[in-house]
Design a protein around this ligand. Structure first.
Ligand code: FAD
Ligand code: SF4
Ligand code: SF4
Length: 432
C-alpha cells in the first residue's frame, strides 16, 4: 500500500494536515489553486478570542510546509480528477502556467515595479490594485511572482514584455503552458474552505449602493497594518476616521431564501473587529446587530463581555431591514425593528457599516462531481459516519476545515490533525 497522500486546499486546515502527515513520514502533495498557500487566515489581522496576530501564527507554518522534506507544494494548481479507489487512487493535478520559471525567480519585485497594468487586488478585497505580474501578499509562500494571463498585455495583445526586459534572473517565460501531472496516492484530503457570498445579491443591505458599507473581510484588511490603508481605520467615502460603526450579523446566513445554516464564526469575528476598532480609534462607538449571539467556544463568552465592558460595544438584538446612504450621501442609515412586543421601527445613522455575509463552500460542488462524493443540502461534504466524522462518502477521501462544516481556526486545526491521524490509520490497515 502506498504512503503518498494528496491534500487539496492550502488554507490553515490543509497546511496542518500536510504538516502532521509529513512529520509522520508520509509523502504529501499539497495542491492550492491560488499562487500562495495560506487561505483566508492570511487575510486576517488578529484572531479571536486572544487577538493574536494571524500572520504570526500562520507564517511559520507556511514556511515549514515549503521547507518540509516530505511535502511538495503545487501552488496555482487545481485538481483535474481522481480515478480509482482506496488505496490506489490516480490523482491528476493541473499546474497552471505562471509564465515564470520558479526555479529562477528570486521574488525581487523589479518586474512588479515596472508593469504598467493595474487591476483590482483580490487579496485586499479590491480595496486597492495590484499589477498584472504580482506577488499575492508580502509573506506569500512560495515567494514567486505570477503573471495574470487575462490582464497581461503581452499575453493578450503581444505588446509590452517590460517584465521580461527588467528581470535580471531571466525568469519570465511567455511560452510556458499548463502542465497536467498524475500521481498515485493512497488517500486524499479535501480542505478547500469557503468563499464569502456575493452580498450585492441582497440589495437591502446596501453593498455597492452605500459607499460606506463594506464586508467584514474588507474591514479586516482595513484594520491590518499591511492592508490598503496601512492599518488606519478610515471609511471608503472620504477617508475620514469613523466615530460610529454598525456591524450587521447573519447577512444571508440563517436565511431560508439563501443560506439556511449558521456560518458559525461571524458573532465572534464581529466582536473581535469591534474591539480592534476601539483599539485603533479610542472612543469609537460600535453597535453589533445580531439575531442570536453564538459564543460557544472556549473563552468566547468572556470575549463578548470584555467587548461590552472594556470597549463599550453595544449589542442590539435585531435584524436590520434596510441600509441606505446617510443624509449627506456618506455614512449609512440603518433601519431596524426593536426586539419585543411593540416592534417599534428605529432608524440610526452610522459613519460606516460592516456586513457579515454567509460563508459558502463554493469549491465543494466541482470537487464532489470530480471525486464522486456526496454533499449535504447546504453544500458541505456529507460525513455520514458518526464513528469517523471526517470520512466522506468515498472511502479513503476525508475532509477537514470549513469545507466539512462552518468552523473557526482552532477547530479547523484540530480537525486537520484528526484527518491526518485517520489517514494514517486507514493506510496502516487499521479499523475502517
Ligand atoms: C471576516 C472573517 C474573519 C475571521 N476571523 C477569524 C478569527 O479571528 N478567528 C478564527 O478562528 N476564525 C476566523 N475566521 C474563520 C477562518 O477564516 C476559518 O475558520 C479558516 O480560514 C478555515 O480554514 P480552511 O483552511 O478550512 O479554509 P480557507 O481558509 O478558506 O482555505 C481553503 C484553501 O483552499 C483553496 N482552495 C479552494 N478550492 C480549491 C480547489 N478546488 N483546489 C485547490 N485549492 C482550493 C483556497 O484557495 C484556500 O487557500 C474569520 C472568517 C472571516 C470571514
Ligand atoms: S520574475 Fe524576475 S524581476 Fe520578477 S520577481 Fe522574479 S526575479 Fe524578480
Ligand atoms: S508583459 Fe504583462 S506582466 Fe509583464 S510588464 Fe507587461 S503587462 Fe505586466
Amino acid at each position: 500500500m502506498g504512503s503518498r497522500v494528496v491534500v487539496v486546499g492550502g488554507g490553515i486546515a490543509g497546511i496542518q494536515a500536510a504538516l502532521d502527515l509529513g512529520d509522520m513520514g508520509f509523502e504529501v502533495h499539497l495542491v492550492e489553486k491560488t499562487p500562495s498557500i495560506g487561505g483566508h487566515m492570511a487575510q486576517l489581522d488578529k484572531t479571536f478570542p486572544t487577538n493574536d496576530c494571524s500572520m504570526c501564527i500562520l507564517s511559520p507554518k507556511m514556511i515549514m510546509c515549503a521547507d518540509h522534506p516530505n511535502i511538495t507544494l503545487h501552488t496555482y494548481s487545481e485538481l483535474e480528477g481522481v480515478e480509482g479507489d482506496f488505496p490506489k487512487f490516480k490523482v491528476k493535478i493541473r499546474e497552471k502556467a505562471r509564465y515564470i520559471d520558479v526555479s529562477k525567480c528570486t521574488g525581487c519585485g523589479d518586474c512588479i515595479a515596472k508593469c504598467p497594468v493595474k487591476v483590482p487586488n483580490e487579496f485586499e478585497e479590491e480595496l486597492n490594485q495590484r499589477k498584472a505580474i504580482y506577488l499575492p501578499f508580502p509573506q506569500a509562500v512560495p515567494r514567486k511572482v505570477t503573471i495574470d494571463a487575462s490582464n497581461c498585455r503581452m499575453i493578450t495583445n503581444k505588446k509590452c514584455g517590460v517584465c521580461k526586459k527588467v528581470c535580471k534572473a531571466g525568469a519570465v517565460d511567455f511560452d510556458q503552458k499548463d502542465k497536467v501531472i498524475e500521481l498515485d496516492a493512497a488517500a486524499v484530503i479535501i480542505a478547500t474552505g469557503y468563499e464569502m457570498m456575493d452580498v450585492s445579491t441582497l440589495p437591502q443591505f446596501g453593498y455597492g449602493i452605500c459607499k460606506d458599507v463594506v464586508t467584514s473581510m474588507q474591514f479586516e484588511r482595513i484594520l491590518c497594518a499591511s492592508g490598503p490603508t496601512g492599518g488606519h481605520l478610515t471609511r471608503p467615502s472620504d477617508d475620514a476616521e469613523p466615530k460610529t460603526v454598525a456591524f450587521i450579523q447573519c447577512v444571508g446566513s440563517r436565511d431560508t431564501k439563501t443560506h439556511p445554516y449558521c456560518s458559525s464564526v461571524c458573532c465572534m469575528y464581529a466582536t473581535k473587529e469591534a474591539i480592534l476598532a476601539a483599539e485603533h480609534c479610542p472612543g469609537i462607538k460600535s453597535t453589533i446587530f445580531y439575531m442570536d449571539m453564538r459564543a460557544v467556544g472556549k473563552g468566547f463568552q468572556e470575549f463578548v463581555i470584555r467587548a461590552k465592558k472594556s470597549h463599550g460595544v453595544r449589542y442590539v438584538h435585531s435584524r436590520p431591514a434596510k441600509l441606505q446612504p446617510g443624509k449627506d450621501g456618506n455614512g449609512v442609515l440603518v433601519t431596524y425593528e426593536k426586539w419585543g412586543d411593540k416592534g417599534e421601527t428605529v432608524a440610526e445613522e452610522y459613519d460606516m457599516a460592516v456586513l457579515c455575509p454567509a460563508l459558502e463552500p463554493r469549491s465543494n460542488l466541482g470537487i464532489s462531481e470530480k471525486l464522486d462524493m456526496k454533499l449535504d443540502s447546504d453544500g458541505f461534504f456529507l460525513t455520514p459516519e458518526m464513528r469517523h466524522p471526517t470520512d466522506s462518502t468515498k472511502k479513503g477521501i476525508v475532509v477537514c476545515g470549513f469545507a466539512c462544516s462552518p468552523m473557526d481556526i482552532p477547530d479547523s486545526v484540530t480537525q486537520a490533525s484528526s484527518v491526518a491521524a485517520r489517514v494514517a490509520e486507514l493506510i496502516a490497515g487499521g479499523e475502517c
